[in-house]
Design a protein around this ligand. Structure first.
Ligand code: C5P
Length: 226
C-alpha cells in the first residue's frame, strides 16, 4: 500500500486547448475547447512541486504560476513540441482537443467568395498521444482524455488500449453544463482493470483530484517497475 504519493519532483508534460488548422491567412478550422481543464491540471501539478511543461493551443487563459509554457497553433506544431520534449518526461497528460483533420493545403491569399459551394479537402493530423509509445518510446505514465457524446466508457476503453495509455479520463460532452467551455466537469477514470466515477465538481477541484490520482498511478507503476 502506498501512503505518500510522491517524494521527488516529477517532470510532467500537459497538452491543452484547441488547435487551429489554417484554411487561408484569416480563417481556420478550430473547436470549442477552452483549455480550462488542462490549465487547471498543469497548475495543480505545479502546486504539488512538480516540473511542468504546458504545451497549449490558443486560449484566452493566463499561464499558471510555476509552469513552463510552449504555445502552439496547429496539430503539427503540437506534435513537434511533444516530440522534442517527451524524452525527458515521466508523466504526460493529453488534455488538448486536437483537430483530427486539417485542410490539405492552406491558401496563400484570402479565399474570395464566388461559387455557391466551396469544397475543402481535409487530411488527417498526426495522433500526438497515439505516437508517444509507438514512435517516441515513451515508457512513463501516459494519460489521455476521451470527450464523447455516446458510448462513453466503451470508447474510452478502446482509446486506452489503442493509444497504450495507463488511464483515460472520460468526459460526456453531450451533458449540458459540463465539459467544453464550462467551469464544471464530471468524469470517469478508466483504468485497464477498473473504473472510478468522480462526482460533478469545479474544474479547479477536479484537477486537484485528477492530479492526486495520476501521481498515485505513477508511484504504483514505478513501484512495480523497481
Ligand atoms: O481519438 P481522440 O481524439 O478522441 O482521442 C482523445 C485523446 O487523444 C485526447 O487525450 C487528445 O488530447 C489526444 N489526441 C492527440 N492527438 C490527436 C488527437 C487526439 O493527442 N491528433
Amino acid at each position: 500500500m502506498i501512503s505518500s504519493v510522491q517524494t521527488v519532483a516529477v517532470n510532467i508534460l500537459v497538452t491543452a486547448g484547441p488547435t487551429r488548422e489554417p484554411i487561408d491567412p484569416v480563417r481556420y478550422i478550430g473547436n470549442r475547447s477552452s483549455g480550462k481543464m488542462g490549465y487547471e491540471i498543469a497548475a495543480a501539478f505545479a502546486r504539488e512541486g512538480n516540473t511542468v511543461l504546458l504545451v497549449s493551443g490558443p486560449t484566452s487563459l493566463d499561464v499558471p504560476d510555476g509552469v513552463d509554457f510552449l504555445p502552439v497553433e496547429t496539430a503539427d506544431e503540437m506534435y513537434g513540441a511533444v516530440a522534442s520534449h517527451i524524452g525527458r518526461m515521466q508523466v504526460a497528460v493529453f488534455a488538448a482537443a486536437v483537430a483530427d483533420y486539417k485542410p490539405s493545403m492552406a491558401a496563400k491569399e484570402k479565399i474570395k467568395k464566388s461559387a455557391n459551394t466551396l469544397a475543402l479537402e481535409l487530411v488527417r493530423t498526426p495522433d500526438i498521444l497515439g505516437s508517444c509509445r509507438s514512435r517516441h518510446g515513451f515508457s512513463g505514465t501516459l494519460v489521455g482524455f476521451a470527450a464523447e457524446t455516446e458510448n462513453l466508457i466503451a470508447n474510452a476503453r478502446e482509446k486506452l488500449t489503442r493509444k497504450q495509455c495507463d488511464l483515460i479520463i472520460a468526459n460526456d460532452v453531450s451533458m449540458p453544463g459540463i465539459g467544453f467551455e464550462s467551469d464544471q466537469n464530471e468524469v470517469s477514470l478508466v483504468y485497464p482493470d477498473r473504473i472510478d466515477q468522480l462526482p460533478l465538481a469545479s474544474k479547479h477541484d477536479l484537477a486537484h483530484q485528477l492530479v492526486r490520482a495520476i501521481l498515485m498511478l505513477h508511484a504504483e507503476k514505478n513501484a512495480v517497475n523497481d
